[in-house]
Design a protein around this ligand. Structure first.
Ligand code: FE
Length: 235
């Protein structure tokens, strides 16, 4: 299997490229617009055909590469059905299977960070978006975020996966690349709570500043803008 984890320093975003092998179909999760050429180069070098691109949710901290990759490769653009984005060509339901050649991902609806947040389970690993981060969880204070929903998504869905399941989030701010469900159960400070109420109190008292790019990113990601369209907007 080909499994590549990219990191965007500006937004601390992780992007994943997956394929069953050289010359086969590929899928990308959470691409960052400015990194499009990096992805295209790797696809070319490995003779991969990009057929699907997924965003785990509407991102507020970077512009997604969905529209640009769709324009360049004609790939199918996928998001969970609760997302409202003009660029999406395939909406996935909870528990739905997303397939490419020899690879299958199962959608898990995990609202809380936003109401359009989805995780994707692929065999021994799960892509958790901003729902479950390494030793942290995604903020719940905008884009219809809700700490009650997030508690349910984490405790009743993600933490029910086997302990050895690898956790690949959409962001990390401390340089950690991967974790496991078992490790997060034990070591994630936000998950060391005795009740949902306690978790909600923790999340409602984070007092975080809004992301710098928030207004630009959310509107660009809802519309699904390409690099050219963004540049035209800025001129
Ligand atoms: Fe996010």
């Amino acid at each position: 299997m080909i499994f590549e984890q990219f990191f965007d320093k500006t937004s601390s975003t992780y992007t994943y490229l997956i394929s069953s092998g050289k010359g086969r179909e590929a899928l990308i999760i959470d691409p960052v617009l400015e990194k499009t050429n990096e992805y295209l180069n790797l696809l070319k070098n490995l003779n991969l055909k990009l057929v699907k691109v997924i965003d785990t949710h509407i991102h507020a901290d970077h512009v997604s590469g969905l529209a640009e990759l769709n324009e360049k490769t004609d790939c199918v653009t996928v998001m969970g059905e609760k997302a409202q984005a003009d660029i999406v060509s395939m909406y996935a339901k909870d528990n739905e299977k997303i397939k490419i050649e020899n690879i299958e991902l199962k959608t898990i609806y995990t609202p809380g960070h936003t109401d359009d947040s989805y995780s994707f389970l692929m065999g021994d690993r799960v892509f958790t978006g901003d729902t479950l981060l390494i030793k942290s969880t995604g903020r719940t204070d905008f884009q219809n975020g809700n700490p009650n929903d997030q508690y349910h998504s984490i405790f009743n869905r993600l933490l029910k996966l086997p302990d050895k399941t690898l956790v690949y989030p959409a962001h990390d701010y401390k340089g950690e690349k991967v974790s496991t469900i078992g490790e997060e159960k034990k070591l994630n400070p936000r998950l060391q709570v005795n009740s949902k109420e306690q978790y909600v109190t923790v999340m409602n008292n984070l007092k975080l500043a809004h992301p710098q790019l928030m207004d630009v990113a959310i509107s660009a990601n809802r519309k699904g803008l390409t690099l050219k369209e963004i540049n035209n907007r800025n001129n």
